[in-house]
Design a protein around this ligand. Structure first.
Ligand code: SAH
Ligand code: SF4
Length: 392
């Protein structure tokens, strides 16, 4: 396709001319005219169809210039219009990943943490948090139930950064689970030594869920005292190079986070070679220093999912539990219709679920696991999605 305005020839190679339309460069084939760089032509369907004088072309271009750029502006605005962005992202999801939807389980096996992240209810300074640790047997039993009875094919084992679970304990847990269940195991245990991760890989763990939380260096330093972003990113890269599947992303709606942070955060997530994108809203916890901050608008999270889908069309993108928490009735559905194609179901024993309070009033902890699975399947079937891990 060529514009119906004269273009200026900038280069000629045999029969192919390069044409400049207000900075936009196109090629056309010249079979009929004697042409030189600097000449003006009309092209259609990739062929030069007319040559016009420079004087005539410049008058026409002058009258078109303003309108040409105005049209481009409108086109750009409509392309990124959030009213249609979600639908378009959903269409891109379908074109690139079809209708399968991963439904992983998550086991939250300890809420002890040595860190003091400003946003998190499990931070060590939160004295009101009642702490628990599941022992090896209880973890293994929970996984056995999730895999062998409920049908999960992938489980995330998550905890605070809890050094009570050393390499020996963690290896034993993984070993025991793998003896009993055929399952993809994903570790979400924070910034532990590379040697520990290496050992966990040897024992059969194959994924890591480790968000970089924010790609803004200054903000990162503030909200994760004693830590720097480079260490987190380098760890994620090393784990990827070790062979782990990577699930990562960032918190959406953190105080001081700009739109540019969100856009470059999406880019960073993709360029880390991420296998599953995880963007969740920051939900302020009353017992943390960030208590007074507002809960982000759900659209900010949906827009982030949709933009990530447009930028990385074939990716797996999670509709997180925190997103569901912002709209308990429709949050998951909204995420899936804005470009997401993965969900997570909490399979932690019920007595611990309310204690794992990263943020208040988490979605899903009021119903039991079978009921949650049924609701999830109902939702997926109503949207024409095939659960890739459970169900079908
Ligand atoms: N300790 C590990 C894993 C548990 S925390 C780690 O930090 O990686 C898991 C995730 O919970 C974190 O990555 C963070 O993004 C999220 N989280 C913590 N506090 C939150 C809050 N107030 N709102 C939303 N998500 C939160
Ligand atoms: Fe600990 Fe993770 Fe919470 Fe930070 S986000 S305080 S590391 S559980």
């Amino acid at each position: 396709m060529c514009y119906a305005i004269p273009g200026k020839i900038t280069d000629i190679k045999d029969k192919i001319v390069t044409v400049d339309y207000f900075g936009e460069i196109k090629k056309a084939r010249n079979e009929f005219y004697e042409l030189n760089p600097g000449d003006y032509i009309y092209a259609q369907g990739g062929f030069v169809i007319n040559k016009i004088s420079n004087e005539e072309a410049e008058v026409i271009l002058e009258t078109w210039r303003e309108f040409f750029f105005k049209l481009k502006e409108v086109d750009l605005k409509l392309t990124y219009d959030t009213k249609t962005l979600h639908q378009r992202a959903n269409a891109v999801r379908r074109q690139n990943t079809d209708n399968s939807c991963c439904v992983h389980g998550i086991v939250e096996f300890s809420n002890y943490c040595i860190n003091d992240c400003l946003y998190c209810g499990l931070r060590k300074s939160n004295n009101t948090c009642i702490r628990y640790r599941m022992d090896t047997e209880e973890i293994v039993e929970t996984c056995e139930n999730a895999v062998n009875k409920l049908g999960f094919k992938a489980l995330v084992l998550q905890s605070g950064e809890d050094f009570f679970y050393d390499d020996e304990k963690l290896s034993k847990i993984i070993n025991r689970i793998r003896e009993k269940c055929a399952v993809l195991l994903v570790m979400s245990i924070g910034e532990r030594d590379l040697k520990i991760y290496q050992k966990l890989y040897q024992y059969g763990a194959r994924g890591v869920l480790l968000r970089f939380e924010t790609n803004n260096h200054e903000l990162y330093k503030k909200i994760r005292p004693g830590h720097v972003l480079e260490d987190r990113i380098n760890l994620i890269k090393s784990l990827r190079d070790m062979g782990f599947l990577i699930m990562t992303g960032f918190l959406v709606g953190l105080p001081e986070q700009s739109e540019a942070d969100i856009l470059s955060g999406i880019d960073l997530t993709g360029t880390l070679g991420t296998d599953m994108f995880s963007f969740g809203p920051f939900i302020p916890h009353p017992q943390t220093p960030l208590a007074g901050n507002p809960i982000p608008d759900i659209n900010l999270v949906l827009d982030t999912i949709a933009r990530a889908r447009m930028r990385f069309p074939a990716s797996k993108i999670l509709a997180t539990t925190a997103l569901e928490t912002l709209d308990k009735k429709n949050g998951a559905q909204k995420g899936l219709l804005a470009g997401a194609n993965s969900l997570m179901i909490n399979v932690t024993p019920k007595k611990y679920q309310s204690l794992y309070e990263l943020y208040p009033d988490r979605a899903g902890i009021e119903s039991d696991i079978e009921e949650k699975i049924n609701l999830t399947l109902e939702l997926l079937y109503s949207l024409g999605r095939a659960p890739a891990d459970i169900g079908i």
